[in-house]
Design a protein around this ligand. Structure first.
Ligand code: NOJ
Length: 555
């Protein structure tokens, strides 16, 4: 068992501010809206809130393109609103972490405007500028994650700048000490304000491959997937060590690194309790399994992946547990069944990840089982990644229906539709017109309806959170996967010296059963998503998406 820490015992909630709650009727969520809903979060049992970026931004990528790190975006409110929010959060005994976007800025940030103005600007080297290999030919063949080339040409100075994400998100040049110093100063400025830490965006991309060489291109694509050029590259440790030593480690800050591409082999460096860069990391191996199988979920791979991380960090570090975020489609529509078994599958998936060793993160609306959305015209979508994808696929000659089908199941706007508060116009999200259409199912699927139904997904989440607060074994206990080869059921045991729990989830729409290992005997069910559960000796008979927890004792 690792050291006890408040952030290990907390349940975290991710807010996508643009879609959470609009208090002033302009159709965009805002800080006052978040303040209005703090009681809702407190009542749910949340103790840690992560807010996606609320800094000044032209919003090409909804705030992940920052034009001023020390200003609050006008559409979200003012710095006074932010300070009020922080105070209200702390008053309720909750903590607040901000999103820290330091791999890139907006092209409207003053550093970039200066940098672009001339090759001689003292800010030129704040970003990654290169001349073409020859006239009209880009510096290398890397693709941007958001589609097209990673390079954008600037007519004035006749050079290209690098952008891993959209062309309005130029990458900062971390090789430049002055860039790093300016970032550290900004980070500490926020920590001095009393925030409780950061979720650190795209941090595994900050080091680029030495010399920025062309990458192998066997398919002769116009641009090649470029992760090998900028994901978790050798040398990143030097940057991360310096960054954390000069900032977060000087404070009692909690940090969660967005660690795309980081594997269990690096886990020790990234999330070791004593020497890791961060307290926790978001790793993406399990969510990347979505889409690898046409039927949705490859359960065995999911078990292998999540259990590997449980083992890697046991007694050494701490996992950040999640199945949804603002970049992913809704889990009940991907791995679950949002039609026939909406409630059952939303709660079964919840049980599956929530009781592993780590801090569970809930993404807004997940606690209601919010679902994917299907808009028929591209004009109803807002996400820059969706728009770029649509355009490039149509240009390649793909049929519109095929492109839309992909967007319906994978697009990021699936999780960004406004939070469904009530069964009233605009789902109670705004008095105006929402910036992204609300999901039409708000009439039946909304917070108010679920709060008044003790049998709802919302109340199930609330029960899970309470249970985790009362049973420390479910936080710090050891994790052992059982029924490893079972094709439908994800089950594991959490154990401490005196107390033992069996956590199980049938992640299929068929009845099934699991043999409880001989060395254990079921004592009592303490959580179930079916009302009529009865104990049946050493066999768990499970209905479609049935999930729960029982106390067990050694035989
Ligand atoms: C990861 C964020 O979660 C995503 O929303 C954003 O588009 C990219 N990083 C770029 O900042």
């Amino acid at each position: 068992m690792g050291k006890a820490k408040w952030w290990k015992e907390a349940v975290a909630y991710e807010i996508y501010p643009k879609s959470f709650k609009d208090a002033n009727g302009d159709g965009i969520g805002d800080i006052q809206g978040i303040i209005e809903k703090l009681d809702y979060l407190e009542d749910l049992g949340i103790e840690l809130i992560w807010i996606c970026p609320i800094y000044q931004s032209p919003n090409d990528d909804n705030g992940y393109d920052i034009s001023d790190y020390k200003e609050i975006a006008a559409e979200y409110g003012t710095m006074a609103d932010f300070e009020a929010l922080l105070e209200e959060v702390h008053k309720r005994g909750m903590r607040l972490i901000m999103d820290l976007v330091i791999n890139h800025t907006s092209d409207e940030h003053e550093w970039f405007i200066e940098s672009k103005s001339s090759k001689d600007s003292e800010y030129r080297d704040f970003y990654i500028w290169r001349s073409g290999q020859e006239k009209g030919k880009r510096p290398n063949n890397w693709a941007s994650i958001f589609g097209g080339s990673i390079w954008e040409y600037d007519d004035e100075t006749e050079e290209y700048y690098m952008h891993i994400f959209s062309k309005k998100q130029p990458d900062l040049n971390w090789e430049n000490q002055e860039v790093r110093n300016r970032l550290y100063e900004m980070v500490n400025w926020w920590l001095d304000k009393g925030i409780d830490g950061f979720r650190i965006d795209a941090i595994s991309h900050i080091k680029k491959k030495e010399g920025l060489p062309d990458l192998p291109n066997p398919q002769k694509e116009p641009f090649v997937e470029s992760y090998d050029g900028h994901l978790n590259q050798p040398g990143i440790d030097v940057f991360l060590t310096e960054f954390t030593e000069k900032t977060t480690k000087q404070y009692d800050a909690v940090t969660v690194g967005e660690a795309n591409g980081v594997t269990v082999h690096d886990a020790e460096h990234w999330a070791d309790e004593e020497s890791g860069y961060f307290n926790m990391i978001f790793q993406f191996e399990h969510v990347e399994l979505w889409g690898t199988k046409s039927s949705g979920l490859d359960l065995n791979q999911l078990k292998t992946s999540l259990s590997r991380w449980q083992a890697a960090l046991d007694k050494k570090g701490w996992n950040a547990l999640f199945i949804e975020n603002h970049d992913l489609p809704r889990v009940v529509s991907t791995w679950g069944n949002d039609q026939t078994y909406h409630k059952e599958s939303a709660t079964a998936l919840a049980v599956m990840y929530f009781f592993m060793q780590g801090t569970p993160f809930i993404y807004q609306g997940q606690e209601l089982g919010m679902t994917n959305v299907k808009y028929h015209t591209i004009d109803d979508y807002r996400d820059v990644a969706i728009k770029n994808y649509y355009q490039s696929e149509i240009e390649k000659g793909k049929a519109q229906e095929e492109v839309m089908t992909y967007i319906w199941s994978n697009g990021r706007d699936n999780s960004r539709t406004p939070m469904q508060w009530k069964n009233t116009k605009q789902a109670g999200f705004t008095e105006g017109t929402a910036w992204l259409k609300v999901n039409p199912n708000y009439t039946t699927l909304n917070a108010e309806t679920q709060q008044s139904d003790p049998d709802s997904i919302y109340h199930f989440y609330k029960r899970m959170i309470q249970l985790r607060k009362t049973e420390k074994t479910l936080i710090y206990g050891t994790y052992t996967l059982i029924a490893e080869q079972h094709p439908q059921v994800f089950a594991y045991i959490r154990s401490s010296e005196e107390r033992h729990f069996l956590v199980y989830a049938n992640l299929s729409s068929k009845n099934t059963s699991v043999d409880v290992p001989e060395e254990w005997r079921i004592k009592k069910t303490i959580l179930t998503n079916y009302t009529d559960r009865t104990e049946s000796g050493q066999i768990l008979n499970l209905k479609p998406y049935e999930a729960g927890i029982c106390k067990i004792t050694p035989v």
